[in-house]
Design a protein around this ligand. Structure first.
Ligand code: PLP
Length: 416
């Protein structure tokens, strides 16, 4: 593979770890999976860890005094430690298992938001946010009479920092919630600087780590974010589990999200007391096998090295941008390559994104088409939909070549 010469990753070995990649999806067409931003594939190490858990270690956690329950609890909690170190949280109590990034946003809006915000307060989001970082705040805003301000973007797809600074001057901003890496534009936002600016006016800062944690070293202490949400399934882990990181003092002060088993210390018919962190926010039987899978995914990414992963994805993404820019009539959205990460959303003159995706599929190429859960951003870009190619640890420059060749074929079909 041509990028062997430049990539710090051993692509042949990595691709052998992902059994799903080794298949034809149409006669003579190997799978070229370029939809990892929607959900990444899983290496054998993750699949095996989950199977092993079910074959030898399953029982409910935190409850039974028997070997299997202790084993399951240990596996579930060890995965939490791995996540803690992966994002450099101060304490394992700051790692709350949720279903996905979406649940992380909903949890903060429903607990911290309901308890702390009053009519007239302001929340700052951006126009490039994923719906999961917009809708929970809109629900809260309707309930509480708070105002949401959206940071606009510059023509090259970066956050308008002058507008952000202006919003913060109102003196009413209580929370800023912004994505670290855009799932459409690929923009890597200056989260550390933006968090510092929010703190300077007494506001909290939440980051959407869904497209950052899988791809680059995210250190929550260095970034000094107050909350961060991300999903396991985009970082080589399973679906059904994600993480809400929160600073301990904030989580301690927040009311619980859901009530039920495990999140209580004591229940009487008159009322209940809450369990300590992180269990206060983990009501009911959790996703145990999924936590095991998440822990295995963290191990897998650590073995590759986050710096190497980032360097590899930059090589593939830069190559993709260069090749896509060559295609007549093709527009790639987002900033220059030094300010972006591994996604390339594009439109092709006169051809609907869904038609492109369908024609690419005929060549075995899996890309996503639509608004990518960012309808407001697409409205601003002036398009209803884009096609998006996204890259991960197993993506190669050969994948990009197949993509570009398939795009040329799609053009031919439509210009016949
Ligand atoms: C930037 C970003 N934020 C949040 C999410 C939501 O992730 P999930 O659907 O796993 O909750 C996604 C998923 O597409 C995303 O790309």
């Amino acid at each position: 593979m041509s990028n062997h010469n430049h990539s710090p990753l051993d692509l042949q070995a990595i691709r052998a770890d992902f059994p799903i990649l080794d298949q034809e999806v149409h006669p003579g067409k190997r799978l070229v999976f370029l939809d990892s931003a929607a959900s990444s594939q899983k290496p054998r190490q993750v699949i095996d860890a989950m199977s092993h858990y079910y074959e030898f270690g399953h029982a409910n956690v935190h409850r039974g005094i028997h070997v299997l329950s202790e084993r399951a609890t240990d596996a579930y909690e060890t995965a939490r430690d791995k996540v803690q170190h992966f994002i450099n949280a101060r304490s394992r109590r700051e790692i709350i298992y949720v279903r996905n990034a979406t649940e992380g946003f909903n949890l903060v809006a429903a607990t911290w938001g309901r308890a702390n915000l009053v009519s007239g307060d302001e929340i700052v989001l951006s126009v490039m946010e994923h719906h999961s970082n917009i809708v929970p705040w809109q629900i809260l805003a309707a309930e509480k009479g708070i105002t949401i301000r959206y940071i606009p973007i510059t023509p090259d797809g970066q956050l308008d920092q002058a507008a952000y600074a202006e919003f913060l001057r109102s003196g009413r901003v209580k929370l800023v919630s912004v994505m670290h890496v855009s799932n459409v534009l690929g923009t890597v936002n200056p989260i550390r600087e933006m968090a510092a600016q929010a703190h300077a006016v007494g506001a909290l800062f939440m980051s959407d780590g869904a497209q950052a944690v899988p791809h680059l070293k995210v250190d929550v202490q260095a970034l000094d974010v107050d909350f961060m949400a991300f999903s396991a399934h985009k970082m080589a882990g399973p679906t059904g589990i994600g993480v809400l990181y929160g600073k301990r003092a904030l989580l301690e002060a927040m009311p619980p999200y859901m009530g039920g088993g495990d999140m209580i210390r004591r229940v009487t018919l008159e009322g209940s007391d809450w369990n300590e962190l992180p269990y206060k926010f983990e009501a009911g039987t959790p996703a145990i096998a999924e936590a095991v899978g998440l822990g295995a995914a963290v191990d897998y990414l650590n073995t590759l090295g986050m710096e190497n992963i980032l360097a590899h994805e930059r090589i593939v993404a830069d190559y993709a941008l260069d090749r896509l820019y060559e295609v007549p009539g093709l527009t790639v959205y987002g900033p220059d390559s030094d300010k972006r990460n591994g996604v390339a959303a594009f439109t092709l003159k006169d051809i609907h994104a869904h038609d492109i995706a369908q024609l690419l599929d005929e060549h075995g190429v899996a890309v996503r088409a639509g608004h990518h859960c960012a309808m407001p951003l697409h409205k601003i870009l002036g398009v209803a939909a884009t096609a998006r190619a996204s890259f991960y640890v197993y993506s190669t420059t050969e994948d990009v070549d197949v993509l570009v060749e398939a795009i040329y074929n799609a053009r031919k079909v439509f210009t016949r």
